[in-house]
Design a protein around this ligand. Structure first.
Ligand code: ASP
Length: 169
């Protein structure tokens, strides 16, 4: 018999995944999180506890923001946590969480997107889907799920030329 899926905390922090195109200015801005819509479009029935911590471009994140993310992971009632995050400093936050050495009992998976969910041809749904699956299957640790791959926090970097995440060389 199929076991019920374990509850997952979904922490929203922003990043391009959650940005909107503002027609008047031609800029990408934050209005609200689109995660509920994304999950609904994917017909997800997972027991997800959504917690919108902030809507920030990760280039503007401070260590106080990272501390807030760490605190939310520690305070979450679930052992499985997925964090949506901007791709530019996702590896910094992953290392911050890992180096705190306070999350040893949880499976924490960060993910994001190179193109907003609200625009066509976004990688948002694909990446969130893999992150949610990884959070259910991976043992405790801090990970990044991007481009269909699961990376351990200290072994991954963003290749800015190709716009992908890859293992350190
Ligand atoms: N500058 C954005 C961020 O890191 C880029 C992205 O999310 O892809 O928030």
């Amino acid at each position: 018999m199929k076991a019920s899926p374990q509850p997952i905390t979904l922490l929203v922090t922003g990043g391009t995944l959650d940005k909107d195109y503002q027609a008047t200015s031609g800029e990408l801005i934050f209005s609200e999180t689109h995660l509920p819509k994304l999950l609904e479009e994917a017909n997800s029935t997972l027991p997800i506890k959504l917690n919108v911590l902030m809507l920030k471009d990760s280039l503007e994140m401070l260590d106080s923001d990272r501390q807030k993310i760490l605190d939310a992971c520690l305070e979450s009632a679930t052992d499985r946590v997925v964090i949506t995050h901007g791709t530019d400093t996702m590896t910094d936050t992953a290392l911050f969480l890992k180096n705190s050495r306070q999350l040893t009992d949880k499976t924490v998976v960060l993910t994001g997107a190179m193109r907003p969910f609200q625009l066509n041809q976004s990688d948002a749904s694909f990446n969130l889907g893999t992150a949610l699956m990884a959070a259910q299957l991976a043992s405790s640790g801090i990970y990044i799920a991007m481009n269909g791959e699961l990376f351990e926090a200290s072994q991954v970097s963003k290749n800015r030329q190709q716009g992908i995440f890859e293992l350190h060389t």
